[in-house]
Design a protein around this ligand. Structure first.
Ligand code: AMP
Length: 456
């Protein structure tokens, strides 16, 4: 309904952004790396709906978490269903695993996703209300080698897009059994100091004491310094699992810090939890800045989630990364993105007939797999040449009035200024030949844009 009394401000919803053409190359670089790394490690793509039943997130993410209690975009449909814009990807993937019979596929099922998530957070740099994530999930495998491999995957994708010098923080929060003992120890630690805790933590101490370790308030981070460590309360199964994960990480040459206070904000995690930061964020294990710094990604094991959503007990592990933060870091660090598909040829035309013929010629080049730039709307040859120069092409093809009538095209080599007249029907082959001859040694022909880009 349109509110007539209110002035309409033409702007994107708060905390949501357009991804403008200038930034697309960073986004596409990340998407490509995710696709390639996923393919190498045999992860298959899954796309789940952007909205799911609200209950799915309440059950899986946890009613006490910030995400569910404060940040969900929930609504009732005209048909009366309670739906929510997905705040994260794992719940939908596990729902699909159960609903679509993936239980009977060969296990583990290895999936990856990429898409927008929605959280009604306080927007600020690196914290948005529509955020894009890519994530990897391995469902149906308990072996600690998979925990290590998931972490390695993230570092591999990061290295592919030019992001090195990252820091991986890791911890184990145990299983429901040993966590009960840890909870008790935490309550004993915090109880005598309860008046010094922030308002939220004072109530969390009863319901979700682990979350006190995640609080960013100064007094709470101070009190955390002397809190007991989860790893000291692990049962022998969880202890052995964690030790093995660290050994695999050593084997894979992935460096990490043990952070005894890393817990993560979602309820469904068990055993391994981890987060990854840029090195320059100054994060050190367990420090206050660490919890305020912006993570590039995080994840962990969620052995109880499939069962919680109605399936059989099924171990699983996964990770998700925030793409806006990756793009921002790539830009801050001035990561160079090699230009693929940059046209090396420009087609200039003069006169109505040449313009018509250019359309057909462009199509011939497209079919031959040669990228050709043009500015068909321009009349003046001078301004077309300026465009060609700005693009830095190696060859300009000129279809003047006379050439068009004669059925010829001029090929101009931009560096030397040398020109040659070629028959129209031979121009594609001749241009290809010249492009191949002028290519610097060792350079591989980039694929066409159309084969290189998908929607998300
Ligand atoms: P989470 O599962 O909440 O740890 O989210 C995984 C990753 O998504 C984080 O490490 C961030 O990189 C990113 N992320 C989470 N929330 C936001 C947000 N509001 N804005 C931008 N990125 C986010």
């Amino acid at each position: 309904m349109i509110n007539k009394g209110k002035t309409f401000v033409l702007q994107a919803p708060r905390g949501m952004h357009d991804i403008l053409p200038a930034d697309q190359k960073h986004w596409e670089r990340i998407r490509r790396a995710v696709r390639e790394v996923a393919a190498f490690y045999s992860f298959e793509r899954i796309d789940t709906p952007i909205v799911e039943a609200t209950e799915l997130f309440v059950r899986s993410v946890g009613a006490d978490t910030d995400i569910v209690s404060k940040e969900m975009y929930s609504f009732k449909t005209k048909g009366g269903d309670d739906l929510t814009l997905r705040p994260e990807g794992t719940a939908g993937v596990v729902r699909a695993y159960l609903e679509r019979g993936m239980v009977s596929w060969p296990q583990p099922v290895k999936l990856y996703y990429l898409g927008p998530m929605f959280r009604h957070e306080n927007p600020q740099r690196g914290r948005y209300r529509q955020l894009w994530q890519f994530g990897f999930e391995v469902i149906g495998e308990a072996d600690p080698v998979i925990d290590a491999q998931i972490m390695q995957l993230i570092t591999v994708v990061a290295a592919e897009v030019g992001l090195k010098n990252l820091m991986l923080k890791i911890n184990s929060i145990g299983c429901p059994e040993c966590r009960a003992a840890y909870r008790k120890a935490l309550v004993q630690h915090y109880r005598p100091k309860v008046v010094k805790l922030c308002k939220d933590c004072r109530s969390r101490i009863k319901t979700s004491v682990l979350r006190l370790l995640d609080c960013k308030e100064e007094t709470c981070t101070e009190l955390r310094q002397t809190a007991p460590h989860g790893v000291d309360h692990l049962c022998s199964g969880c202890h052995g699992h964690f030790k093995a994960v660290l050994e695999f990480l050593d084997e894979l040459n992935v460096s990490y810090y043990l952070d005894p206070f890393l817990v993560r904000g979602l309820d469904y995690y068990t055993r391994t939890v981890f987060e990854i930061f840029p090195e320059e964020s100054g994060v050190t294990p367990g420090d206050a800045t660490g919890s305020a710094a912006l993570a590039l990604g995080g994840g962990g094991r969620y052995d109880g989630l499939v069962e919680l959503l109605g399936g059989k007990p099924t171990p699983a592990v996964g990770a998700a990364c925030g793409m806006e933060r990756w793009v921002e870091l790539m830009q801050v660090r001035e990561v160079r993105i090699p230009e693929r598909n940059r046209p090396r040829v420009f087609l200039a035309q003069l006169g109505e007939l040449a313009k018509k013929k250019s359309l057909k010629l462009l199509e011939d080049f497209r079919k031959a797999g040669v990228a050709v730039a043009e500015s068909l709307g321009r009349e003046s040859i001078k301004s077309q040449f300026r465009s060609a120069a700005r693009l830095g092409v190696e060859f300009t093809l000129i279809m003047g009035q006379k050439e068009t009538l004669d059925g010829t095209v001029i090929i101009r080599e931009m560096n030397s200024g040398m020109q040659e007249l070629v028959a129209l029907e031979k121009v594609v082959a001749e241009t290809k030949r010249r492009l191949a001859a002028s290519r610097p040694a060792g350079m591989v022909r980039p694929p066409l844009a159309t084969t290189d880009h998908d929607e998300t």
